[in-house]
Design a protein around this ligand. Structure first.
Ligand code: FNR
Length: 199
């Protein structure tokens, strides 16, 4: 059965290398996954003042997460952390209080940088955020992509077979992880009837 994957690109740049990476991952993913981007560029800056009456942009974001079987984050690292627009989107999805849309969603985190550590510190920050939000994360393989522009074509084809093999393996493992979490979720959970457990 196909699984619906909502993906976030954590960059607003028109020349984003992480968007190139996202396009490559979609091309290399197993055909059991269907991808829909969850856009982050139209969101106001989150404030708790919105909780009483979530605006359409916030509701659309939550509906897109709710409609996804799994979530994939493809993001740059900004100043050794999560780019502001992506963190803002996550904050929107996590609220209003008691309606955290990320709870129990299988997630993957991957990112590219021209630098050697390939978004490792951003990914570490993301793991902390997603753990707090009760979102299971693919732990291995880790994917810290030191972006080589010559390895990618314009519409996301990967020209370098070693890179393609690594990214294909990542997406195969991500697909298997999504299936495992969905299977576990289907078993039910202690506290399923208790909204306090989904804070
Ligand atoms: C960066 N960049 C960067 N790179 C990195 O490896 N670690 C970092 O902490 C940062 N910090 C950072 C902050 C800001 C504000 C900018 C604009 C850039 C460089 C970054 O990896 C590079 O610009 C990528 O091209 C950004 O990804 P996208 O937007 O091309 O997908």
């Amino acid at each position: 059965m196909a699984h619906r994957i909502g993906y976030f690109v954590g960059s607003l740049s028109s020349t984003s290398i992480n968007r190139t990476l996202a396009n490559a991952l979609i091309k290399l993913a197993p055909d059991t996954l269907e991808f829909t981007e969850i856009p982050i560029d139209g969101l106001p800056l989150y404030s708790q003042d919105y909780d009483a009456d979530y605006p359409p942009e916030g509701r659309a974001l939550k509906e897109a997460i709710d409609a996804s079987d799994g979530i994939l984050f493809v993001s740059p690292e900004y100043n050794r952390s999560i780019p502001g627009p992506l963190k803002n989107a996550i904050d929107w999805g996590s609220r209003p209080w008691g309606t955290n849309s990320f709870a129990r969603k299988p997630t993957g985190i991957i990112g590219a940088s021209p630098g050697g550590i390939g978004t490792a510190v951003m990914q570490s920050s993301m793991r902390s955020v997603l753990s707090f939000l009760d979102a299971p994360q693919l732990n291995a393989p880790e994917a810290y992509i030191n972006f080589d522009p010559d390895a990618y074509g314009e519409d996301g084809e990967v020209k370098d077979e070693r890179t393609a093999g690594f990214l294909r393996h990542y997406m195969d493992e991500y697909a298997a992880f999504v299936q495992r979490v969905l299977d576990a979720n289907a078993q039910g959970h202690i506290g399923d009837d208790d909204p306090e457990s989904r804070k």
